[in-house]
Design a protein around this ligand. Structure first.
Ligand code: SF4
Length: 513
């Protein structure tokens, strides 16, 4: 008997009346028929995911399966199921294989997918990272479906990066000496574990510990390699931001050696990766995804290559913010005949005046110096020559440096206003003005280009907000650049499928069936 009724006496005036309440019986045992097909509604998104994945070519996933008929071995889970499970989980904001396994036990959508079976979390975790090429192909195939629906045109692509926290803490970053200590300790711990055949620990516990120590050693060695890589990179870099850090000893994380300390939302610094997303403006579909370890500078050309690899064609127009626009990028886009729309970095930093900060008077700002093309030099406000000294590349710009003679400046009565605190002569940096750069600057002054640029944030940042707020990718669950990229592709694939469900999916097929 399921429903019990209890009575309680309630005073009611002079008489008492008894209220009947339903009681909860948690000691009962039920046997109920479950019609799996009816676990989810006909218009439930899990059906859309199953339908879309089932219509794609999953041969690359099947090609890697060794269990075949006629040969001994257990059957494996259908890739269509594992892909659908991961896509539905990401759509629901779940990125843990263990959590999916738990959900298979009681959540109707997961039960409908698996037919009331439970998929082991090891199987799910391995599947997520083991099919990199097949996953890339799946991403391309879904783009093909979206293109067929007219949601991707490549006429205008907006590109931007977003920082996503790495699976590491600030405290896991160490200098070389500390990493060497950690590595020595890890080796000693492995040695102290003694005879692997010892009976003191169960075989399972012993193997788990050995694996944990082995992985720790691998991460420490990787961190040491990354330190060397960082040192080499810093010695090459000469731009202002890296220049400040050049003299500091680099640090690498023992949790995720390939993560980098980056500035994130609200100016906070922390270990992160820079996820680069190209979004087609037609329906805000992601047409390319990459993961970087540095700033946005230099990321636009690889982004264009990714879009071309995915869709067989380059975008007609790319729209980016000031983090991407520099001389190298502007010229590369002009070479590829891509219409680049973007802001220049100077505008972004216009509130900070570095010349004023280092004590120069406005009368001696660069515009007061005149360029003499014949002599390839400048002339200062008092008529002294600044001669060509050399050129260097900084943050994608070619800088030519000119310098006055030290004797001229030391004898000059305006030295404290022109070049205070330097014994060398006044220097001037000239950014080369190429044809492509001049054309870009002229284009960006037109109202048409400015109107297009105003649309950038609404399109480029839409998928960032979706993948962080709806899919929940605020921190990667995987470690290392390669695995992090795989997770980013899963998330962007989920995002695109969500857009397909939102804009194209028609559940009538299920209703009619
Ligand atoms: S300090 Fe040197 S560069 Fe500046 S005005 Fe005097 S001579 Fe010219």
């Amino acid at each position: 008997m399921r429903n019990h009724t209890s009575f309680e006496t309630v005073p009611q005036g002079e008489q008492q009346r008894r209220v009947r309440r339903k009681e909860i019986n948690r000691r009962q045992l039920l046997l109920r028929p479950v019609e799996v097909e009816k676990l989810v509604d006909l218009d439930h998104p899990v059906r859309a995911i199953w339908e879309l994945v089932g219509g794609l070519d999953l041969e690359p996933f099947f090609a890697e399966i060794e269990s075949v008929e006629g040969v001994a071995g257990r059957p494996v889970w259908d890739p269509q199921l594992l892909i659908s499970l991961w896509l539905y989980a990401y759509k629901d904001g779940v990125s843990s294989a263990r959590e999916i396994t738990r959900l298979c036990d009681y959540h109707p959508a997961y039960q409908w997918l698996t037919g009331l079976e439970v998929v082991n979390y090891h199987t799910l975790a391995d599947f997520r990272i083991e099919h990199k090429e097949a996953l890339d192909q799946l991403f391309i195939d879904v783009l093909g479906v979206l293109s067929h629906e007219g949601l991707v045109t490549l006429q205008r692509v907006m590109h931007d990066g977003t920082k996503v926290k790495a699976w590491a803490s600030d405290k896991s970053f160490h200098r070389k000496a500390t990493l060497e200590d950690h590595l020595r300790l890890a080796r000693e711990q492995v040695e102290q574990m003694g005879d692997p055949e010892s009976e003191e620990l169960s075989q399972r516990v012993r193997k788990a510990r050995q694996r944990a120590f082995r992985e720790k050693q691998q991460r420490l060695r990787k961190a040491m390699e990354q330190l060397e890589h960082l040192k080499a990179r810093r010695s090459e870099l000469s731009d202002k931001e890296e220049g400040k850090r050049r003299n500091r000893e680099p640090r690498a994380s023992t949790s995720d050696p390939e993560a980098r300390i980056m500035i994130q939302a609200k100016g906070a610094y922390g270990p992160a990766y820079n996820v680069q997303i190209s979004t087609d403006a037609q329906a805000k579909i992601i047409v390319g995804v990459g993961v970087g370890q540095s700033t946005d500078a230099g990321e636009l050309e690889p982004a264009v290559e990714r879009v071309e690899a995915n869709l067989g064609d380059k975008p007609q127009q790319m729209v980016v913010d000031a983090g991407y626009t520099n001389q190298e990028t502007i010229e590369a886009m002009a070479r590829d005949h891509i219409d680049l729309i973007g802001a220049l970095a100077e505008r972004r930093n216009s509130r900070w005046d570095p010349l004023k900060w280092c004590g120069k008077s406005p009368e001696f700002y660069p515009q007061a110096f005149t360029y003499d093309a014949g002599k390839n030099g400048y002339r200062c406000p008092v008529g002294k020559e600044l001669l060509y000294e050399g050129e260097e590349r900084k943050g994608g710009w070619l800088h030519r440096r000119y310098r006055a003679r030290a004797s001229d400046c030391q004898a000059c009565s305006f030295q404290t206003q022109c070049c205070p605190g330097t014994r060398r002569g006044r220097s001037l940096v000239h950014r080369e003005q190429t044809v492509a750069l001049a054309a870009f600057e002229a284009k960006m002054k037109t109202s048409e280009a400015q109107q297009i640029y105003k649309q950038r944030a609404g399109v480029a940042e839409f998928p960032h907000a979706w993948i962080k707020d709806k899919i929940g990718l605020r921190q990667f669950r995987l470690r290392g650049l390669s695995k992090v990229r795989i997770e980013a592709v899963w998330v962007c694939l989920t995002y695109n499928i969500c857009q397909w469900i939102r804009l194209c999916w028609n559940p009538r097929r299920w209703v009619q069936a």
